[in-house]
Design a protein around this ligand. Structure first.
Ligand code: AKB
Length: 325
């Protein structure tokens, strides 16, 4: 039987916070030519363009997506393009269209073209205040209060449906806030935990849009990439959850993060001016129970608050010194 020897991967949302780093890691693993990066409006960084193919597509348009899938003979999709929680509240209709329209297109194309695997990130935003906020379990009530959360719950159900009905091997994790040093996030409620590092290094001051005591689940980028790749590499027999897996790493408040940053930058000062994002944060879990992901496919994060903070500051200080921040 004919078998393709190499995976042909498409990453949508490749210019975004997760996409820009995940694409490079996948290219490292599978070869630059075999990982096609797709973005929409944002200009791709130099490394993204020089390390493999890059295409501009609008993932809400099925024909644009399908053209790339056919042209490159794609068998695996990491579908990351999405609007996040805070921008989603500014334009809920667009958030629904982008998040649900694009996921529906990806799943339909996976069904029609028999794609091998699809990765789609869900989020802790699927939970609302009715769910336990401490050690939020894998299976609990999902009544999100944001449109972003609504699209993530609906998306999880759609993924599960496509698996059960059509056998599409779609896999997902519920990411917490992601902290990264390469590409800043855009439009999320957890974005403060990235902005704070840039401002601490550049200005030694930051005004936080959440209250000092707002504890949220977070994860450092190397663990975020590890979660996606380990889940996609796992044997299908180990994937028992086809909605989305809880994955946890670190939970902290802005005050705890400030105290950790001060160990490296003692003169750093943080003020607090909560805005509309506080309400979103207050509806989300504080800590996550990820025992199912640990049991099923061996999830095990590496970074804690201290090691993440040290690494972020080291990387950003270097870029600042080189005039690249
Ligand atoms: C957001 O804040 O919207 C995202 C998320 C937790 O999914 N970072």
């Amino acid at each position: 039987m004919y078998r393709k020897s190499t995976k042909k991967i498409l990453v949508t949302g490749a210019t975004g916070q997760i996409g820009s780093e995940l694409t490079l890691e996948l290219r490292h693993k599978y070869g630059g030519e075999n990982v096609i990066a797709a973005g929409h409006r944002r200009k791709p960084g130099e490394r993204l363009v020089s390390s493999g193919p890059f295409e501009f597509i609008d993932v809400t348009k099925k024909d644009e997506l399908e053209k790339i899938v056919k042209e490159y003979d794609i068998d695996t999709v990491y579908h990351l393009a999405a609007m996040l929680s805070a921008t989603g509240e500014e334009n809920p209709q667009q958030a629904w269209n982008v998040n649900m329209g694009s996921l529906y297109n990806v799943l339909e194309i996976a069904r029609e073209h028999g794609l091998t695997r699809v990765f789609w990130p869900s989020s802790i935003a699927v939970f609302g205040p009715e769910a336990p906020r401490v050690k939020t379990p894998q299976n609990t009530v999902l009544i999100p209060k944001t449109m972003y959360g609504v699209t993530k719950v609906a998306g999880e159900l759609l993924c599960n449906y496509y698996f059960l009905r059509y056998g599409v091997d779609v896999r997902s994790v519920r990411y917490p806030g992601i902290i990264s040093s390469e590409t800043p996030p855009g439009g999320g409620t957890t974005d403060y935990a990235v902005e704070i590092f840039y401002e601490a290094i550049k200005k030694k001051r930051y005004t936080c849009f959440l209250r000092a005591d707002t504890v949220l689940p977070m994860m450092y980028m190397p663990d975020c990439i590890k979660a996606a790749i380990n889940l996609m590499d796992a044997d299908a027999s180990r994937i028992k959850c086809r909605t989305s897996y809880n994955v946890a790493a670190i939970s902290f408040s802005p005050a705890e993060l400030v105290a950790e940053i001060k160990k490296h930058i003692p003169e750093f000062v943080c003020e607090y001016k909560p805005d509309f994002r506080q309400k979103i944060a207050d509806s989300w879990p504080m800590t996550i129970d990820d025992c199912v992901a640990r049991e099923d496919w061996g999830w095990n994060p590496e970074y804690d608050l201290a090691s993440m903070t040290r690494d972020m500051i080291e990387k950003l200080k270097k870029r600042f010194a080189e005039g690249r921040l």
